[in-house]
Structure formats: C-alpha cells, structure tokens
Design a protein around this ligand. Structure first.
Ligand SMILES: O=C(O)C(=O)Cc1ccccc1
Length: 306
C-alpha cells in the first residue's frame, strides 16, 4: 500500500486534505509532527508522498512549506486541493471563558481568529503548536487551557466546544499540495498550475525580466512571493505559480528562457488546478499557434519558405 505522510496528528486540516487527495482505503496515512518532518520522510523514501498546507486565503503562505520545497533535494507537487477552514475552540469540560489563561494552536489558526480572541479571550496568552490537532492534545494533557482546532477535532475527544465557527473570515480556504520525489509529471488536464522557484541576480530589472518571459507568452501569473535566500539581506527566492502545464509549448519556452537567464530555477510541479478555471490564452499564445510557428521556423531554416 502506498504510504502518505501528512502534517498530523489525526484530525488536522491536513489530514482532511489528504483524504481528498488520496483514497484512504488504498493508501496508508502516516502522521508527521511538522511539515519539515513530512517532507523528510519523502526524501528518505520512508513514504511515497506527503501532503502539506501551502497557502491560506487569509493568512497567506505557509513558510515552512515554501522553504521545505525550495531547499534540500528536489520534490515536486503532483496534485492540490483547496479546503474550507472553519475554527472551533476546544476546552476541558467545565472550563469557562473566564478560566482560560492560555490558548494554543498552529500559528495559521491563531492568525485567523484574531477578532474572536480579542473579543472573548483578550487576556489569554498564545502558545504556538505544530498543528491544530496537536493543540487539542495539549489541552487534553493540561499544558494549555483552550485550543483552536478544526471542527473534526471535537469528534471522539474528551474536550468540549466553547465556541464554533469563530474565523475572522467566514469563507477562508487553505490550499494543500501532494508532493513526492521527481518522477513522471501528471498529464495536462487543460486547467493546470505550474509552480516554480527562481533566484534572480540582484540588479535593476531582473524580477521584471522574469515576469516579461511569462507575459510575452500570455501566461497568467497566479501567485508570486518572496522568501529570503538566507545568504544576506536583499537576495530573495521568488515563488511563482502560473496557469498552464510544462508540456504546453508556451510554458516550456518560458521555463527554458528562465533557465537561461536566472541564477537558479527549480520546477515544483505541473498539476490539475483546484482553485478555479484559468482564462484562455490570449490570441497568438495557444498551443496550436506555438506548434504552427515552430513548424514555420523549421521550414524557413530549411530554405522552404514559399
Ligand atoms: O494544523 C492543522 O490542522 C493544519 O493542517 C495546518 C493548518 C492550520 C490552520 C489552517 C490551515 C491549515
């Protein structure tokens, strides 16, 4: 049975995402304590793939995931899913809001319930945990008084809900990736995302040159953000997601151009997109036009122009 690591323990948002990305009847789900640990299990061949959170519609990207994919031996995403995230507050039975001195959760969960915490637990100290489900364990063990969790964490737990649906933004979603060691890229579906990391030279215009390579080929940018390279201030790694698949000529040409011109390019995968439909390519940038233009060039080079 293929083994899939995920940010655990059981009843995290990531476990729910994993159950959407792979069939639990035919895959063994292995909880890992951190994103880095889940990715390491893949790199060490202890599991076949891992599911990790990558970005949230309210709080933005998950830095350990970006760094974990950019550094270390290459890993690629082969699928994604987008999960609604709702938050519940779990406490030991009998605990009232006035009794809560400490509230614990994953930093992304704490960041998305700011308004509720300010209104209801203004004096509680925040403690970061590795996941929302780990926060529930901490409350059950008595090392914190309240946990911000996924609704599913209440099931089968001795804890009770002090409040439910407390997110600052009601329809927040998180995107999760299924990643594994590089292998066959999933076939194009017609609505795909390609994800890369580039390091550019530190000179005027180098980032805009990256964007121009995409724009010239009608490629729709979905996300761009930077993380430090850890070398010194001012040198960044840019994470770019754009519509399209590496098998498409316009995406392949753009990636080749970036490979020629950037200090470093890492391919993080081409896979079916789960966050909506990509717009059609602008005139002159579709696969048929690229193919026809390549044929034309071959003919001209061979002296065959009519
Ligand atoms: O801690 C979890 O349950 C996770 O899966 C990470 C997370 C935390 C908050 C929102 C989305 C994902």
């Amino acid at each position: 049975m293929p083994r899939i690591a995920y940010l655990g323990p059981e009843r995290t948002f990531t476990e729910q995402a994993t159950r959407r990305l792979v069939d639990p009847a035919t895959h063994e789900l292995i909880p890992a304590t951190t994103v880095a640990a889940a990715l390491e299990l893949v790199r060490l061949d202890k599991v076949d793939a891992a599911v990790v959170p990558v970005e949230n519609s309210v709080e933005g990207s998950v830095p350990p995931t970006l760094d974990g994919l950019a550094l270390g031996s290459p890993l690629v995403a082969i699928a994604e899913t987008v999960l609604p995230v709702r938050f519940t507050v779990l406490v030991r039975p009998g605990t009232k809001a006035a009794d809560v001195r400490t509230v614990t959760s994953h930093p992304h969960a704490l960041a998305q319930v700011r308004e509720w915490l300010a209104a209801n637990l203004p004096n509680a100290a925040e403690l970061a945990t590795t996941s929302t489900a780990a926060a529930a364990v901490a409350v059950a063990e008595g090392t914190a008084d309240a946990a911000i969790t996924a609704p599913i964490a209440a099931e089968g737990s001795a804890l009770t809900a002090l409040a439910a649906d407390i997110g600052d933004v009601a329809d927040a979603v998180t995107r999760f990736l299924l990643v594994r060691k590089p292998g066959l890229v999933p076939a194009p579906t017609g609505n795909d995302r390609t994800s890369i990391v580039v390091v550019t030279e530190n000179r005027p215009g180098s980032l805009s040159e990256v964007l121009v390579e995409l724009a010239l080929r009608g490629i729709d940018l979905c996300r761009i953000e930077s993380r430090p390279t850890r070398e010194k201030l001012g040198i960044y790694r840019f994470f770019l997601d754009f519509a399209g698949h590496i098998a498409e000529p316009r995406v392949g040409e753009a990636l080749s151009a970036l490979h020629r011109t950037c200090s470093d390019v890492r391919f993080l995968g081409s896979f079916a997109r789960a966050d909506g439909d990509s717009p059609p390519p602008p005139p002159g940038t579709g696969t048929a036009e690229f193919t026809e233009a390549a044929q034309w060039l071959t003919q001209v080079r061979a002296g065959g122009q009519a």
